[in-house]
Write a protein that binds this ligand. Sequence first.
Ligand code: FAD
Ligand code: NDP
Length: 463
Amino acid sequence: MQNFDYDLFVIGAGSGGVRAARMAAQRGVRVAVAEAAALGGTCVNVGCIPKKLYSYAAHFAESFEEAAGFGWDVGHPRFDWATLKVNRAREILRLNGIYQQLLVGAGVKIINGWAQLAGSQTVQVQEAEGPRQYSARHILIATGGTPLVPALSGREHVVTSDSMFDLDPFPQRLVVVGGGYIACEFASIFNGLGSQVTQVHRGAGLLTGFDADISAFVAQEMRKTGVTHQLSATVATIAQEAAGLLVTLTGGAQLMADTVLYATGRAPNITGLGLEAAGVALAANGAVKVNAYYQTSVPSIYALGDVSSKKQLTPVALGEAMALVDHLFGPAAGKPARHMSYDFIPTAVFTHPNIGTVGFTEAEARREFGKVTIFRSEFKALKHTLSGSSERTLMKLIVDTASDRVVGLHMVGPDAGEVVQGFAVAMKAGATKAVFDSTIGIHPTLAEEFVTMREAVKEAVAS
Ligand code: FAD
Ligand code: NDP
């Protein structure tokens, strides 16, 4: 049998790569991971974690305004962007260190440098001392994604989410292009922190793919907080002028900005990896094609996470990594092998207010099940009876009429992600509306509304 340097060589120490490397090493096999930038990847360095920290920072603006109704005089709060940036950077550095400890502790060899395939079982890493090759029985591509900015006149003036965390100076006027997760989250965050935000989106509604009620409702709530929306609008040109960046829309309308953020999707990170030379097949969008076991067209090469892009979410990359390790090296002692299921993946959008969602949208459910029953509740949260805020909450259940199974659960409201996570377990277990109805609520909470919806607003039949 051929001797390899490693049993598993992972390219990319992000969410999926770190989890796969660590879990594989815990099975007693020899593992190396190559990383060209900071340990932890997108999520830790320029994604979920810093984004959520900034979202917390932005929520204070609402809390200060709402405090007066509860008897508090908080004076004139002042936001210091430099303090937030320094504190975030310190926390991210701490997390980078924890990732290093976890990998080293598990026995994983960390190799710093850009890696590329040099064969079906060989990886070349551009290390500080020069290029070096390693052989491996299995290679895992976990290189994530990278922001995609379309061609346009003035493209050199725009930034992507990667640059938003360290902007200098703070953008008083921010134009955000896009209507997806990142655009909506950053529009809310910077609006909360004090920027004047205009979000420009080519579609008539935000968040394509989300339940139409939810998209429309969150757009309305975002506008109440001060975000301006230019919908069905596209950017024609961006030019640097003395007063700032002049953004001209195709209809002729003009906006002046200090920063223009493009959040128009993320592409699989495959440039310079040597995939084609190695014979690794790609999908039309550049994603690495894999089978149900994350194996590419080259049997010794695997791929998971954003680079093979079924769903670009950290928990998905983690789930795929654990399923792959069990497949390649066997499950942990006494545990069954894990498989990744793509049904009922819950997700949150950290807009202000948040969105939490799991399962089918109303339109999808109608197509899938034919007849569905819709329960919908829109109300002012108890807190806002005193806070003076005009924020409203929307909760929606979609039930397959024939089986009574709850197949969609959606919410716009405070901490919607926290609320929906628990319900996702019930839905994964196949809970019916009757089970929801027999569940006792926790009073007084927003979440109890999901178990107290009695009157269907409509029965919808596939058209
Ligand atoms: P990544 O985490 O991107 O890791 C890939 C790693 O590979 C990187 O460290 C990169 O430097 C390295 N690399 C790439 N090429 C090479 C090479 N050739 N050699 C060596 N190293 C290489 N998901 C959520 O679930 N919740 C959220 O709230 C959330 N918020 C987000 C906010 C933003 C602004 C962004 C951009 C993303 C967010 N995501 C969120 C998505 C989430 O970050 C990704 O789905 C997740 O990080 C994917 O993990 P991954 O392992 O596939 O790739
Ligand atoms: P999304 O796919 O969510 O959204 C991309 C947006 O850009 C869409 O509104 C799309 O419009 C628009 N768009 C695409 N191409 C163009 C173009 N050429 N010109 C103008 N607009 C365009 O991508 P994001 O970049 O927001 O985020 C990437 C992924 O990262 C997300 O899909 C998500 O999986 C993950 N993520 C998760 C988060 C979370 O879990 N909270 C937070 C942030 C990111 P249209 O709808 O018309 O196609």
